[in-house]
Design a protein around this ligand. Structure first.
Ligand SMILES: Cc1cc2nc3c(=O)[nH]c(=O)nc-3n(C[C@H](O)[C@H](O)[C@H](O)COP(=O)(O)O)c2cc1C
Length: 437
């Protein structure tokens, strides 16, 4: 679903917050957005710019579900299917994203938000970069972009990931296209890390139709239904990037990062600029959602996994709930160990049975309260590789951070305290009694 359809659909459902008062991209919009975290917000009058601004597009599972036309609890399966069976997208001759070709490049004409007084400057945060790796082909990924002047950005490229790898092995400039206001399926696909050589735009097309068009000045293809495309080159010139708010809602440091030079801007007629509030729900959810299928796949190797949910309190990154159909007394413990393999940044995991709604934190807590015994059902792993994002982990410069990991098996205990295997009837006594409706 493209951004315009998304805006119309959320408006029809009464989900969209529309701000008609003039709003300023310089610090004011981010303040308003943080108040409405979790909701899509449309600013119709933007101080100093002719374009409306939309944000919060990815800030709830319900919005992804709407865009992909699946129930929220089935998102994991839609994504799993797309990752397993990517579909090559068609190439079209003319595209909405090229309705207007700007004769001169001037990045100050875009309503790029300055989010916090401590930031290095205005940042594009919902930009999806398309590049081509000389060996592995097309790659798409999110990269925050600090606007330096009318033609340049400093791009944050995390070392070892797709864009950084392609840039490192290219002696000259690496062609890049920055997609702004991309269809929702492209935003999800950009956050996945499939094996090298798997095209993320084919994952997007497997999720929902995503026709591509050739760039005007670069040998790259981009989703035809984006709002803006900035065509340029990732150079080997470096510039200071940061400080900027990170996923953890703490400051990320200043680093020397590659400069992007923009050569051409194309856009729709009356385009809509997309913002994304860094550190808040949509940043976290976009990061986490693509990890749910990897946890699911790992747990399915050892038992019957029914669903996986990374939770908001764990930044959709460090905490998960895994639901299994238990068939063996040890399945809960096996699921815990497998979940850690499926997402190496995972720190705490709770495993529940099929009768527990894993999306409801109170139900998960109820399962812990009524089915879990710490001396029997706790898995504690010490000194494990950790997410770099956990401030409480042990961080040594140049080394992978280390952490302890904890798993709670909150499934119905099949072994009774006296050691006997509980019968089905005995296990049924752990289930919640429902009132008649
Ligand atoms: C909202 C959002 C912002 C992100 N910002 C950056 C960033 O600034 N730099 C970066 O290297 N990765 C960033 N990422 C992570 C990459 O998009 C992500 O790791 C992607 O999966 C990399 O895929 P690749 O390994 O195929 O390149 C961001 C992810 C999201 C969801």
């Amino acid at each position: 679903m493209n951004l315009r359809e998304f805006i119309t659909q959320t408006q029809d459902r009464g989900w969209l917050i529309t701000i008609e008062d003039e709003s300023d991209p310089e610090l004011e919009m981010a303040r308003i957005l943080s108040k409405y975290d979790g909701k899509p917000v449309l600013f119709t009058r933007v101080k100093g710019y002719p374009y409306p601004v939309v944000a919060g597009v990815c800030s709830d599972r319900a919005y992804f579900a709407l865009a992909l036309n699946v129930p929220p609890e089935r998102l994991l399966f839609a994504l799993t299917e797309a990752l397993a069976h990517p579909l090559s997208p068609p190439l079209v001759e003319s595209a909405p994203c090229q309705e207007v070709i700007e004769s001169t490049v001037d990045l100050t004409t875009l309503p790029i938000l300055h989010h916090l007084p401590g930031d290095a400057g205005p940042y594009i945060t919902a930009g999806v970069l398309v590049t081509k790796d000389p060996d592995h082909g097309r790659n798409i990924a999110f990269h925050r972009l600090l606007r330096l002047d009318e033609r340049h950005f400093a791009a944050r490229l995390v070392e070892g990931r797709g864009t950084h790898t392609a840039w490192s092995k290219t002696p000259g400039d690496l062609e890049v296209a920055i997609c702004l206001g991309a269809p929702i399926q492209v935003l999800i696909a950009a956050a996945t890390s499939p094996p090298q050589g798997v095209d993320e735009l084919s994952i997007a097309h497997a999720l929902a139709p995503t026709p591509l068009v050739k760039c005007r000045t670069k040998d790259l293809e981009v989703p035809a239904e984006c709002e803006f495309i900035l065509e340029g080159r990732l150079t080997h010139q470096l510039a200071a990037e940061g400080p900027f708010i990170d996923l953890t809602e703490t400051w990320d440091i200043v680093r020397q990062q590659p400069v992007i030079e923009i050569d051409c801007i194309t856009h729709r007629r009356q385009p809509i600029y997309q913002a994304l509030l860094p550190g808040k729900l949509e940043h976290k959810l976009l990061m986490g959602l693509p990890r749910e299928p990897t946890i699911y796949a790992a747990v399915n190797q050892v038992c019957d996994c029914r669903n996986v949910c990374l939770t908001a309190g764990g930044m959709y990154w460090l905490h998960a709930v895994v639901q299994i159909a238990k068939r063996h007394p040890d399945d809960g413990r096996r699921a815990i160990e497998a979940a850690f393999r499926g997402h190496t940044s995972l720190k705490h995991v709770v495993v529940v049975d099929e009768d527990v709604d894993l999306f409801n934190p109170a139900e998960v807590e109820w399962a812990i309260a009524t089915r879990f015994q710490a001396d029997r059902d706790l898995v504690l792993l010490e000194n494990q590789p950790s997410s770099s994002l956990d401030p409480s982990a042990t961080h040594v410069p140049g080394q992978k951070a280390r952490t302890s990991k904890l798993g709670l098996d909150a499934t119905i205990p099949w072994i009774a305290p006296d050691g006997h295997l509980r019968s089905e009837e005995e296990r049924a006594a752990f289930r919640r009694i429902a009132y008649e409706s």
